[in-house]
Design a protein around this ligand. Structure first.
Ligand code: NDP
Length: 477
């Protein structure tokens, strides 16, 4: 049984002052893995004080020193990629074929930040002024359970590149992954207080970080509802915020697309990370007169997707992270049926034939596809965060754009077409932070973030780094 009782404050693993214990559950079986002791307000304040003290010196470090720290963090985590990957399988339910990739993506975040830092111009001439980009101060990093290590590495790495110090509050549901990660990062030997980690509840540790006057910035990834709470709380002390929130991304397949490629891509985009991804392409928009063909090939393809034992090499979808998330997704499947959508494949309950038998107690959902979904249905509007895909139809490009933009969210969109001019014309009219044409992969040099209620600000590259800096204009220098 795992028993995590410490936080990482001022370069040391210190016993939690909090008393509350949180049970860590294996989502494949809902069996108890162990416990983590949750931090309280005092732990959070200790971490903020350590970050504040470290900021004095760390904010004056040179670009070369920060590049060196980032490289050390990369090296330290790379050496522990295997245990990190194993923790992702056990605690999050990542299939074993994907978890090493997720661990490598997390580690690589430090290299991406290095690249942005290498090219960054900290002193610029604007008008007649010299403008200096200075580190903001203590940054609170608040992360969700769906990609805990990746978000921590990206946000903390960017803070370091900027000369900021951090207090990190990961999701308590990711406590084992966090422990492996922090033990690895500790090996990098950064000055005490540069990064601190307090595992605890959002309404305790997260709320204190949001409230505390010594925190200058919050970088958050999670639900739009929590993002709003944080933004409202942050304004009292005028904290800067970067909010990476929910999505309901449209995937537009144009009639000139190669459907043999576009359909498998659509499934991959919809079900990535067990469907628990903010940028999942969960609204599939297809030409009305191609619907029957799409339904047939999607049904066939989805029924080949293996859901089940994370330890099997051919598993594509593991369990959802918690019983609560399982119930939430079941609720959406039920609402799709009740609102009159056509169930193409999947549906309520567990998939058949889970093996071993203990998996029947886990949070496995049947990958589900609905057709004849209308724009006002909940399954067309709300972020489900599970392997559920909604197919909508359009008659013209204009209608496809209108449907895609008919969302409170605006994080990502996907387009498949053989006509690049047409695809680019459509991309330019979509109200989203990113558009991927014909499966173009994630690019860490380009900004990532949302329009509308998908967030505020951007991560990655120079724009991402700027968000941890404050410009100071010096006139007459
Ligand atoms: P939340 O947004 O509640 O959690 C994300 C992080 O915020 C967690 O660390 C959480 O802590 C923390 N938090 C919660 N309340 C506060 C607060 N008042 N102040 C500061 N921090 C806080 O996501 P959920 O886990 O509840 O998931 C609910 C839904 O949100 C999902 O079903 C999905 O639709 C969406 N979601 C979207 C994500 C994305 O990447 N866009 C990521 C995760 C969820 P704690 O763990 O203690 O609650």
């Amino acid at each position: 049984m795992v028993n995590i009782t410490t936080h990482y404050i001022n370069g040391q693993f210190v016993e939690s002052k909090g008393q509350e214990k949180f049970g860590l559950i294996n989502p494949s079986s809902n069996q108890l893995l162990g416990h983590v002791t949750l931090g309280n307000v005092e732990d959070t304040q200790d971490a903020i004080a350590a970050a504040k003290a470290a900021f004095k010196t760390f904010s004056t470090t040179t670009r070369e020193e920060r590049l060196d720290w980032l490289q050390r963090l990369y090296d330290a985590l790379k050496a522990r990629a295997q245990p990190l990957s194993e923790a992702m399988v056990e605690e999050f339910g990542a299939p074993v074929k994907k978890s090493p990739i997720a661990a490598a993506f997390s580690t690589d975040e430090f290299l991406h930040v290095k690249k942005a830092l290498s090219n960054f111009n900290f002193v610029r001439e604007m008008g007649n002024a010299k403008v200096i980009f200075e580190p903001l101060g203590v940054t609170a990093v608040i992360t969700p359970w769906n990609s805990n290590a990746l978000f921590i590495c990206r946000k903390m790495g960017t803070a370091i590149a900027a000369g900021c110090t951090t207090v990190i509050k990961p999701s308590e549901m990711s406590a084992i992954q966090t422990q492996v990660l922090v033990e690895a990062l500790h090996e990098a030997g950064l000055p005490p207080g540069v990064f601190n980690v307090v595992v605890g509840r959002g309404d305790v540790v997260g709320a204190e970080l949001t409230r505390h006057p010594d925190v200058a910035k919050i970088s958050f990834t999670g639900s739009t509802a929590t993002g709003k709470t944080i933004a409202k709380g942050a304004v009292d002390t005028m904290k800067r915020v970067t909010l990476e929130l929910g999505g309901k991304s449209a995937n537009i397949i144009l009639d000139d697309a190669d459907f043999a490629k576009a359909i498998p891509l659509a499934i991959m985009n919809a079900f990535l990370n067990n469907g628990e991804a903010c940028n999942a392409g969960t609204r599939l928009l297809v030409p009305e007169d191609r619907l029957d063909e799409v339904k047939k090939s999607i049904k066939h393809a989805v029924e080949q997707v293996k859901v089940g034992n994370c330890l099997d090499e051919d598993t594509f979808i593991g369990p959802l992270v918690s019983r609560k998330q399982y119930e939430r997704v079941q609720g959406y499947i039920k609402s799709g049926v009740e609102e009159g959508a056509e169930l193409v494949t999947g549906g309520l309950g567990h998939p058949q034939g889970l093996s071993p038998k203990s998996l029947e107690e886990g949070n496995f959902v049947r990958p589900t596809v609905f057709a004849n979904v209308t724009r006002n249905m909940r399954i067309a509007q709300e972020e489900i965060f599970g392997p559920v895909l909604s197919i909508l139809t359009y008659k013209t490009d204009e209608e496809a754009i209108e449907i895609a933009n008919d969302s409170i969210y605006g994080l990502y969109a996907y387009i498949s077409s053989s006509d690049m001019e047409r695809a680019n014309r459509i991309a330019s009219q979509l109200q989203v932070g990113r558009v991927s044409i014909n499966g173009a992969p994630h690019d860490t040099g380009a900004p990532f973030g949302g329009f509308k209620q998908s967030g505020i600000g951007r991560e990655y590259g120079e724009i991402g780094l700027e968000a941890y800096l404050e410009p100071k204009a010096i006139l007459g220098s």
